[in-house]
Design a protein around this ligand. Sequence first.
Ligand code: HEC
Length: 466
Amino acid sequence: MNEMLGLYPQWYVPGIGTAWVMGIIGTIHVLASHTSVGAAWLFALLATKSVAENKPEIMVYLKRYGMFLLVFSYIIGSVTGPGIWYSVTVASPRGISGLIHNFVWLWASEWVFFFVEVIGVYAMVYLIGKIDNKTYLKLAWSFAVASWATMILIVPILSFMMWPGNDRWYHTGSTFDAAFNLNYFAHLGIRTAFMFAVAGAVGGIIAATMKDRETRIEITRFLSKMGLAGMFLMIVMFMWYTATLPPNARLIMDTQMMPKYGSTLAALLIATLIYFGLTAWKPLQLRQGFAIAMTFAIGLFGLWPEERSRESMRKPYVAGQYIYSNQFFSRDVPGKGVISDMPLIAEKGVLATDYFIPAELRTITPENQLRAGELLTRVMCANCHSLEPDGALRPLPALLGHSDEPKMIKAYLDGALYHGMIPYMPKMPLPDDERAAMALYIASLSAPQPPVIAANPAKPIQQGVN
Ligand code: HEC
């Protein structure tokens, strides 16, 4: 057994928690990146149509749309992409490390295709009318395929976060066992369908401003059909996807996500179908404002609940069903040389085995008990729960009925959490004195008098390695 836990310092974000920081950046990124990939297909399809039917006006649209994409999706996408890396690296260092150890070559290959994609969009815009049609179409289709390849190569990583989809991977540790399973193909299907739908909506932002009436009608109809096809495909893929989820995710989806977001998602689905239906029927009625509103609605009422749900549904894990969201390893993974943290924390506790605990908190005393409890609660719970009573992320005081009774809270820690019996929360077999310190601190969050320790939240609690 190891003597120390391989944990990193904790990043604590008051109020919204690190999960929301990642969620907000991730949602913006998904909107921008999926728009880019869908738009690359739109480019190839419309360019082919323009050449086949000898309609050069369509190219005028493509040129404007390409310029718009450069600003809208490529710049926003390229800024938020590294933003995801920064935030996940500090929020979930072991999660990201696990992913890198599995997928570094997939990521590297994805980057190559992304590079082609970025050069592609510049080439698409710049070369319109400057090279012969045949070459232009070849480039357009290479651009579309390279863009989609970035999605094909990133989705395995996202799917693996939900689960490897089989037991083999835990023994082989092979990238292919981790990546390509039914959950992956269904997930890729949903995202592919989504990229068509969102490109249909974003495309309208430029289509609505086209001067030439015929072109405007034709392109708007094309976008509507693409959007509708994307939406229908997405419904089918979603049903397939839910059938490929692990049992804990199904449970959370049915009991928490559907009651919480089901009606929003259904309303958005209907609104989107009506929107595409209307714009197909009366293309000239499409105003730029409608298309912008539709794009925002998809982001806010579609993507945000979807990203939040996917994140919630894989609880208690952050990746691979072996790394808990609070960064502990839940089990051995022989294929990767990973050893479960559970026996060590059961034997020695977290205060004695986490490198980043200040020296004076290694042993609990009556004087430091509250402070030790605060640190333990941050390490054990804050990845998934706000500690502030009015926090946005499943606020812990509220979930405990604002109880200020350490006894009651300790009973909760001693029972289901200790034995790991709640499907969406990690097992936490901590020693008795650590559970008592946490209960004391969690109760103090709901105490009428704010605890002294919380009165100065600016003071960093982890002063570094002892
Ligand atoms: C891996 C993420 C995760 C961690 C870590 C975690 N929880 Fe939770 N917890 C959840 C989820 C998800 C729910 C369901 C929340 C909801 O209803 O929105 C939940 C619900 C709860 C509830 C409500 C009652 C219940 O059983 O559903 C309590 C109380 C609670 N957590 C306490 C804690 C405490 C105390 C800790 C730290 C010792 C902790 N949790 C750590 C994910 C987590």
